[in-house]
Design a binder for this molecule. Structure first.
Ligand code: PEP
Length: 249
């Protein structure tokens, strides 16, 4: 298999430690025979519990953000080293909610990605256009800028560990999924952009997920597309039954 599929849950700001315990305990047996990589990205406060509960299982744990500095005067922030010490293996970077509400830019996405890679974390780098950008036919240009920004000055050796998540902003949390064709077309374009940066062979090995209202009903069609290597799942990752159905598309 050239690219092993990867399905990751993005819990966003949901679940206390007690709720994490219940959800992860339900999830473990349901996804034990999954053929893809399975990741749950949780709020910082749930990470230690999630790592403890998933030890020895096929579920990996990710954070939803990371700061770019090694340490220092950044009140309220969390470093990559802190995550690694907890046993965290993945981190979502540049989610559209962070770009929209917390001033995330392509430059800060790049800095966070470099810090994550340097510490040994696998970054899940999010890109995607708004509805207005799509309607103005700017999807490709917007995403090219995000991809070029995120991968800037990252050598091939490190870049190959990155997972890209294509998440059209208009499809996140709206119940409005991109059609299989829309998702495939844009992800194929993203693979072309990656090929432009690192060569075709490299691009053919990089994993690119789709994210945006992916659920048990639409997962099979999306995963059947030749360039779609998995999903970043918000709402449907909060219910063990639904997430396991997505994982076992
Ligand atoms: C997300 O938050 O990354 C996401 C895709 O959310 P949802 O599945 O709820 O649209």
């Amino acid at each position: 298999m050239l690219r092993k599929p990867i399905i990751a849950g993005n819990w966003k700001m949901n679940n206390t430690i007690a709720e994490t315990e219940a959800l992860v305990k339900d999830l473990i047996p349901l996804v034990a025979d999954a053929k893809c990589d399975v990741v749950i990205c949780t709020p910082y406060t749930d990470l230690a519990k999630a790592v403890e509960l998933t030890k020895g299982t096929n579920i990996k744990v990710g954070a939803e953000n990371v700061h770019w500095a090694e340490k220092g005067a950044f009140t309220g922030e969390i470093s990559a080293k802190m995550l690694v010490e907890l046993g965290v293996e993945y981190v979502i970077i540049g989610h559209s909610e962070r770009r929209q509400y917390f001033g995330e830019t392509d430059a800060s996405v790049n800095m966070r990605t470099k810090a994550a890679l340097a510490a040994g974390l696998i970054p899940i780098v999010c890109v995607g256009e708004t509805l207005e950008q799509r309607e103005k036919n700017r999807t490709k240009a917007v995403i090219r800028k995000q991809i070029n920004g995120a991968f800037a000055d990252i050598p091939e050796e490190d870049a190959k560990k990155i997972v890209v998540a294509y998440e059209p902003v208009w499809a996140i949390g709206t119940g409005k999924t991109a059609t299989d064709e829309q998702a495939q077309e844009t992800i194929k374009n993203i693979r072309g952009m990656i090929a432009h940066l690192y060569g075709r062979k490299f691009a053919n090995r990089l994993r690119i997920q789709y994210g945006g209202s992916m659920n048990p009903k639409n997962v099979a069609g999306l995963m059947a597309q030749p360039d779609i290597d998995g999903g970043l799942i918000g709402g449907a990752s909060l219910k063990a039954e639904d997430f396991s159905k997505v994982v076992k598309y």
